[in-house]
Design a binder for this molecule. Structure first.
Ligand code: GRF
Length: 212
């Protein structure tokens, strides 16, 4: 499998936006494999929105409906419409704090990616770095995966390991995991968009370019 589409990317973010910044930097440097054409957020005042605006990227913050951790069905359809209006074919979640449902995932089949701050399948869900630190893990890291219906469960595209040091606090570990994310996410997106791969069961196997 490889991308034959136009590679118009949207980033969905709710937080500080450091991954958005890394993706936008790679886009600007021509190493992302596609172009970010839209940033969408459920939080009009979040850092990600400010970063996007500062870079001249279109930002939309449509309503979110009545729930805190998901979009209701009508709202989700509206988000899909906005993405389609911008010709988006691939959606990158970068700290987007709402669960997306089947209609959204079906609108962009196998084209919604996420970054998670642990070596999945260890420590899925919220506070993954804190979970790893409290658990006493010796190694943690970050994972870029395809989003499927189960939370943090989709096929793994790429991972990066980060050792947990004896004198790490959650804060120092968080800093290093985030630094690893900022290298991993743009690289994984570029691979996903430009290199052929096969999905065998859950396993993603990168193929040599000539097998495309
Ligand atoms: C990152 O740790 C990412 O893995 C997780 O949410 C955090 C977002 O950080 N999904 P930022 O908003 O990109 O700085």
């Amino acid at each position: 499998m490889t991308s034959s589409r136009s590679r118009r990317l949207a980033v969905l973010a709710s937080g500080h936006g450091s991954n958005l910044r890394a993706l936008a930097d790679a886009d600007r440097a021509g190493t992302l494999g596609g172009s970010i054409v839209l940033v969408m957020s459920d939080r009009p005042d979040c850092g990600a929105g400010a970063i996007a605006r500062a870079r001249g990227l279109p930002v939309e913050t449509p309503g979110t409906g009545p729930f805190r951790t998901k979009l209701d069905a009508d709202t989700e359809l509206h988000w899909i419409e906005r993405l389609r209006a911008h010709g988006v074919d691939t959606v990158l979640l970068a700290g987007f704090m709402r669960v997306l449902h089947a209609p959204f995932l079906d609108a962009f089949p196998d084209r919604v990616l996420n970054i998670h701050p642990s070596l999945l399948p260890a420590f899925p869900g919220v506070d993954a770095i804190g979970q790893a630190w409290r658990h006493g893990a010796g190694i943690t890291g970050c994972t870029v995966h395809v989003v499927t219906r189960g939370i943090d469960e989709g096929p793994i595209l790429m991972q990066s390991a980060v050792p947990v040091l004896d004198d790490d606090s959650i804060a120092t570990l968080t800093e290093r995991v985030h630094a690893a994310e900022h290298v991993l996410y743009p690289r994984a997106v570029q691979h996903f968009l430009t290199r052929p791969f096969a999905v065998e069961g859950r396993r993603v196997r990168w193929l040599a370019p000539e097998s495309a």
